[in-house]
Design a protein around this ligand. Structure first.
Ligand SMILES: [Zn+2]
Length: 233
């Protein structure tokens, strides 16, 4: 004999607006939904969650720092994510680029990241684009977003994104990690210093080995930078 279940028509509980129907007397005080734990935070609430759902974020690069960052952006429910990366997944990435597995080796990082994150949160619209950003395609690739996350692997790439952010008025978050440290810089055009203000004399190629390969990084540093980047959004 099965236990009696409360009956009653499906209805929307006003206190749980937007979280789907609940059943009669079974209405829980805190319905266990994907975003419930963060909506309970005073700083977030349903209003903050709705803002996240309406937000459009473009992330340039899906490497170590951006792996952690992208995971968090998708997990918390940022409504639209575009991921741009021209690089392929390599075995040496897997110590810190947490979005990828051995099955992804050889595949474009943006495409692999989008697939992985769609499995994490199907509620988020995610695009993976296999492109290298430059002055000619920045407007087309990054226009119309609420935030651009800069993750280029060269000074030139970073300055292209910085210039775009200033010209378009798009808030930019820049994060980097190498060796034993990392940092996050949020640029609000017209209100804060920009990348060039903070790093006025970086030589071209900074952060790269002579052969053009990025400096080796530990997963711990990448996660630290990515987590900080996510929190500042
Ligand atoms: Zn500046």
């Amino acid at each position: 004999m099965t236990a009696a279940r409360p009956t009653g028509a499906l209805r929307e509980d006003p206190g749980l607006a937007g979280r789907g129907p609940v059943v009669g007397e079974m209405t829980p005080l805190f319905e266990d939904t994907r975003y419930n734990r963060q909506e309970l935070m005073a700083q977030m609430g349903p209003v903050g969650q709705a803002r996240l759902a309406a937000a459009r974020v473009v992330v340039i690069g899906a490497g170590g720092v951006k792996s952690s960052l992208l995971y968090q952006l998708a997990a918390v429910g940022v409504g639209f994510l575009r991921i741009i990366d021209f690089d392929q997944v390599e075995l040496s990435n897997l110590n810190r680029q947490i979005l990828f597995t051995v099955d992804d080796i050889g595949e474009n990082k943006a495409i692999a990241a989008a697939r992985r994150l769609s499995r994490l949160n199907p509620c988020v619209t995610i695009e993976g684009i296999d492109e290298r950003v430059d002055v000619d395609n920045m407007d087309a690739l990054c226009g119309g977003f609420d935030v651009v996350v800069e993750g280029g692997d060269s000074v030139n790439a970073r300055e292209v994104v910085n210039s775009f952010a200033l010209a378009s008025g798009t808030p930019m978050v820049h994060a980097s990690a190498q060796h034993g440290y990392g940092y996050v810089l949020t640029v609000l055009p017209g209100r804060t210093a920009c990348f060039r203000c903070v790093f006025p004399d970086l030589p071209a190629g900074h952060g790269q080995r002579p052969g053009g390969r990025p400096e080796h990084r530990l997963g711990r540093d990448a996660r630290r930078g990515g987590g900080g980047q996510a929190r500042r959004r």
